[in-house]
Design a protein around this ligand. Structure first.
Ligand SMILES: Nc1ncnc2c1ncn2[C@@H]1O[C@H](COP(=O)(O)OP(=O)(O)OP(=O)(O)O)[C@@H](O)[C@H]1O
Ligand SMILES: [Mg+2]
Length: 356
C-alpha cells in the first residue's frame, strides 16, 4: 500500500493541452473515484499514474518516490481496464499468474497466489477455462484476480463495470468494495456511474475539461457543492436551477425569478440585495403546496418506489421526486415549494457557491 500524490500535472497531445494542472492527494489505503463528463481527462490521468502515458509537466509520486520517469512495470501498480484485456489463449489460472511468471516466480508460489485470489473472487471452479468460456461478470473477476495476484501498492480501475448488465454491476460493485475493505489497497477508480461513485468512494474527484472542480467525500459534494458544475453533475436526477435576483431587505431572504416566483432561503450573504443568482434545489427537496413555484406537469414517471415529475416553469424544466404517490397527470397545474434549509445559491456569472 502507498499514498499517491498527483501535483500540478499537465498533459498535452501534439500541442493541445487536455489536462491543465491537476492536483489530487490520495491517502494510503483510500478509495478515490474520478468522475466527469466524457473527454474530461479521467483515463489520461489514470494512464499517467500507470506509466502508460508520459506527463507533460508536474509530478506524480507513489509513496515517497517520484515516478515520472519510472517504467510501468517498476511502479508496482495493477490496472483493470474496461475491456478486461484477458489473454484469449490462456486459461483463467494462466491469465492470473502471468505477471508473476514474467517476473520469474516459481510455479508453486504462482499457484498459491492464484489460488488465494481465486478463493477471494470465487473463481476456483473456473481456473481451467478459457476467457471465451466465461460470462462478462466472470471475465471481470478474472481481470481483478490478475490485479490482486500482483499484490500491488495501488489498484487502478478504468470503468471496469461498464460492460456488465445492471444487476451484475450492483453485485460487482459490492464485491469490489468488500475487496477493498479486506485488502485496503490504495485504489483509484474511474466511472461514469453516479451511484458507483457515491457508494464506493471515500473521496470523489470531480473533473471537467481537464481541471479538478472539487474533491470531497460523497455526501460533502452532494450537500455542499463548490459550484454549479459539481451541483449539476453529482446527483441523479440532477439539481434544478432557477435564475433570479436575491432579495435581502429585512425578513427572510428569497430569490425572485423573472416570472415572479419567490424562492425561499434561510440566509444569504451579506450586502447581496439585488445580486443576480442561480437558485439550486434538488428534486427530492420540492413538495406539493398551495403556493410556491407555479408549474405545468409535462411527464409523470412512476418507478414504483418513487415518482418523478417533469414540470415546466416558464421556458425551463424542473424535476421533482416524490416517495408518496400523488394523483397527477400531464397538463395539471401544480405548485412546488422548495425546502429553504437545503436550497443552494450560486453566483449567476461565475457559478461559484455563495455562502451566507
Ligand atoms: N492519444 C491521444 N492523442 C490525442 N488526444 C488524446 C489521446 N488520448 C486522449 N486524447 C484526448 O484527451 C482528452 C481526454 O481523454 P480521456 O480519454 O482521458 O477522457 P475520459 O475522461 O477518459 O473520457 P471517457 O469518459 O469518454 O472515457 C480527450 O479530448 C481526448 O480526445
Ligand atoms: Mg476514459
Amino acid at each position: 500500500m502507498a499514498s499517491v500524490q498527483i501535483s500540478d500535472v499537465r498533459k498535452s497531445f501534439g500541442g493541445f493541452e487536455v489536462l491543465h494542472g491537476v492536483t489530487v492527494p490520495i491517502e494510503d489505503g483510500a478509495f478515490v473515484v474520478l468522475v466527469g463528463p466524457s473527454g474530461c481527462g479521467k483515463s489520461t490521468l489514470l494512464r499517467m499514474l500507470a506509466g502508460l502515458e508520459r506527463i507533460t509537466s508536474g509530478t506524480i509520486s507513489i509513496g515517497e518516490r517520484v515516478v515520472n520517469d519510472v517504467q510501468p512495470k517498476e511502479r508496482d501498480i495493477a490496472m483493470v481496464f474496461q475491456n478486461y484485456a484477458l489473454y484469449p489463449h490462456m486459461t483463467v489460472a494462466q491469465n492470473m499468474g502471468f505477471s508473476l511468471k514474467l517476473r520469474g516466480a516459481d510455479q508453486n508460489a504462482i499457484d498459491s497466489k492464484v489460488n488465494r485470489a481465486a478463493d477471494i473472487l470465487d473463481l476456483r471452479q473456473l481456473l481451467d477455462r478459457f476467457p471465451r468460456q466465461l460470462s462478462g461478470g466472470q471475465r471481470q473477476r478474472v481481470a481483478m484476480g490478475r490485479a490482486i495476484v500482483r499484490d500491488p501498492q495501488v489498484f487502478l480501475f478504468d470503468e471496469p463495470l461498464s460492460n456488465l448488465d445492471a444487476k451484475l454491476r450492483v453485485a460487482m460493485r459490492t464485491e469490489i468494495k468488500e475487496l477493498h475493505q479486506r485488502l485496503k489497497t490504495t485504489t483509484v477508480y474511474v466511472t461514469h456511474d453516479q451511484i458507483e461513485a457515491m457508494t464506493m468512494a471515500d473521496k470523489i474527484v470531480v473533473m471537467h475539461d481537464g481541471i479538478v472542480e472539487q474533491i470531497g467525500a460523497p455526501l460533502e459534494l452532494y450537500d455542499r457543492p463548490d459550484n454549479k458544475f459539481v451541483a449539476g453533475f453529482i446527483g441523479s436526477p440532477a439539481m434544478n436551477f432557477l435564475d433570479g435576483t436575491l432579495k435581502v431587505n429585512g425578513g427572510a431572504p428569497y430569490v425572485e425569478t423573472a416570472n415572479g416566483a419567490k424562492l425561499p432561503l434561510v440566509d444569504a450573504p451579506a450586502a447581496s440585495n439585488g445580486r443576480p443568482v442561480s437558485y439550486g434545489i434538488r428534486p427530492e427537496h420540492l413538495a406539493f403546496a398551495d403556493s410556491g413555484i407555479e408549474a405545468e406537469v409535462a411527464v409523470v414517471e412512476p418507478t414504483g418506489s418513487e415518482t418523478q415529475i417533469v414540470a415546466r416553469v416558464g421556458n425551463q424544466e424542473m424535476i421533482a421526486v416524490f416517495r408518496e404517490r400523488h394523483p397527477i397527470a400531464p397538463g395539471d397545474r401544480i405548485h412546488l415549494q422548495p425546502r429553504p434549509d437545503v436550497a443552494h445559491l450560486f453566483d449567476r456569472d461565475n457559478g461559484q457557491r455563495l455562502r451566507a
